[in-house]
Design a protein around this ligand. Structure first.
Ligand code: PLP
Length: 293
């Protein structure tokens, strides 16, 4: 990651949005050692891809940010302020790169401080997909250890919130590397497809582009949402439903979708070669890059 811009948001103030955004040197120290994001991973975040200065799917990211805040009992984000922060960061990183990203974060705050949340927006150039192509990936299935109805039975586990506690997601990716793959599809202990550690699954089964519902405790994927909009625009059938692992194995093409990577085609699943639909992959990623909002 190459950091380009950094802004701190004054979340304790009700001043005009312009006055609540403080530009910093991107390498400047931002957090205290007692900030709950650092000591507990207690907070939420979003990463928006920026193409030619346009933050893509920003409304969907802000919706998800608000949803995560509610799930964690954090104060409701001031939407105009976060929107302003991302737009300013996106405009500033355009001078450095045609394809960048903005990560925006709200921490529960400093446990020795005022009680106000801490917020910042970091503009950066991601390593993944620097040239607009989405490389194909080897994927393994890993058990997440929960039943498919965990979000309903145990909401305190925060499945489906985009929290700062990603140590488990990163551990799953390291396990994938140990198994000779680059990515993961999590499954429930009762045999359903969930999501990747940082992506949403789309599987094409008997011609229908299929993803799984957020009721399973997975994130509503902004990239998957826009990929489905593009597919529907071309007249392709799409569906959101429970998908068993056995059914996934009948898919003739699978993609993992995320903001910084786009739609990455799966070329092997648990070591078994998988067919890649290069034509649809290129069309999907072109459609994602062409988004104007
Ligand atoms: N699921 C998880 C757990 C994620 O962390 C992410 C993104 O980082 C996604 C899905 C995909 O979301 P999006 O397409 O909005 O980037």
């Amino acid at each position: 990651m190459h950091t380009l811009t950094l802004h701190r948001l004054d979340l304790g103030s009700e001043a005009a949005v312009e006055d609540c955004l403080i530009g910093l040197d991107p390498h400047e120290t931002l957090l205290t050692a007692t900030d709950l994001s650092a000591t507990r991973g207690d907070g939420i975040f979003e990463t928006v891809v920026v193409v030619d200065g346009i933050p893509q799917a920003l409304d969907a990211h802000l919706d998800r940010f608000e949803r995560s805040a509610a799930m964690l009992d954090l104060p409701a984000p001031r939407r105009d302020l976060w929107q302003h922060a991302v737009t300013v960061s996106a405009g500033a990183i355009r001078a450095h790169t045609a394809r960048g990203a903005v990560k925006f974060v709200m921490s529960r705050g400093d446990e020795a401080g005022s009680g106000a949340p801490t917020g910042w927006a970091l503009g950066f150039a991601p390593h993944s997909r620097p040239d607009g192509s989405a490389p194909s990936i080897d994927v393994v299935l890993l058990d997440r250890g929960y039943r498919h109805d965990v979000a309903e039975t145990s909401p305190w586990l925060l499945q489906g919130a985009k929290t700062l506690s990603y140590a488990v997601n990163m551990a799953a990716l390291r396990e994938a590397h140990r198994r000779g793959a680059q990515d993961v599809v999590f499954t429930s202990i009762d045999g359903y497809v969930l999501e990747g550690p940082n992506s949403t699954v789309i599987a094409r089964i008997e011609g229908v582009y299929t993803t799984v519902p957020t009721e399973l405790g997975v994130l509503p994927g902004t990239t998957q949402g826009d990929a489905f909009a593009a597919l529907e625009g071309w007249g392709a059938p799409v569906e959101t439903r429970l998908l068993s692992v056995d059914e996934l194995r009948t898919a003739d093409a699978i993609w993992l979708c995320s903001s910084t990577r786009g739609a990455a085609p799966v070329r092997s699943l648990d070591g078994e070669p998988w067919s890649v639909d290069s034509l649809v992959t290129v069309r999907l990623n072109d459609a994602l890059d062409a988004r104007k909002a």
